[in-house]
Ligand binder design. Structure first.
Ligand code: CU
Length: 155
């Protein structure tokens, strides 16, 4: 019985660590929240990758995400995936407006941060950083876990 309890305790600790490692973090910048940022691991160093997160605007005024940067990528920009003539194309978004009270989720198949010209490939299990600049709230750097190349979402 004592031994079983010991096993259960260590199992609970193991599960606790796993839950903590996979649960995303929320970063607060004034009235703006950046929720669960994550990036996809690179397939190869020469191929672009992408990063995703949710933005919530708790303020009374709208704000806009105007710039994105990543230390691994020489070029980063906000893209939106959209259908045109039956094909999926990506359109650059210069400024992503988040209205007062609005929540916008960047996710595969939709809005994303395109990470281009990667100097160092993004390795699964490691983490990288995203520097996000908002027109009003300013700049924030968020720690960004790197998930599998085919990952669809956090967790
Ligand atoms: Cu893209």
């Amino acid at each position: 019985m004592k031994k079983l309890r010991g096993v259960l305790v260590s199992l609970a600790i193991t599960l606790g660590i796993v839950a903590q490692a996979s649960a995303g973090e929320t970063f607060v910048l004034g009235q703006i929240e950046i929720i669960e940022p994550w990036a996809r691991a690179s397939i190869s160093a020469t191929r672009p990758s992408a990063a995703y997160f949710t933005i919530r605007n708790n303020g009374t005024e709208s704000d806009s995400l105007i710039s994105v940067a990543n230390p691994n990528a020489k070029m980063s920009s906000i893209h939106n995936s959209t259908m045109a003539d039956g094909a999926m194309i990506m359109v650059p978004v210069d400024s992503l407006e988040i209205l007062s009270g609005q929540t916008i989720t960047l996710k595969p198949g939709g809005l994303h941060v395109m990470l281009m010209k990667l100097g160092t490939p993004l390795k699964e299990g490691e983490s990288t950083e995203l520097e996000l600049t908002f027109e009003k709230a300013g700049k924030v750097t968020v720690q960004t876990p790197i998930l599998a190349p085919g990952a669809r979402e956090m967790n």
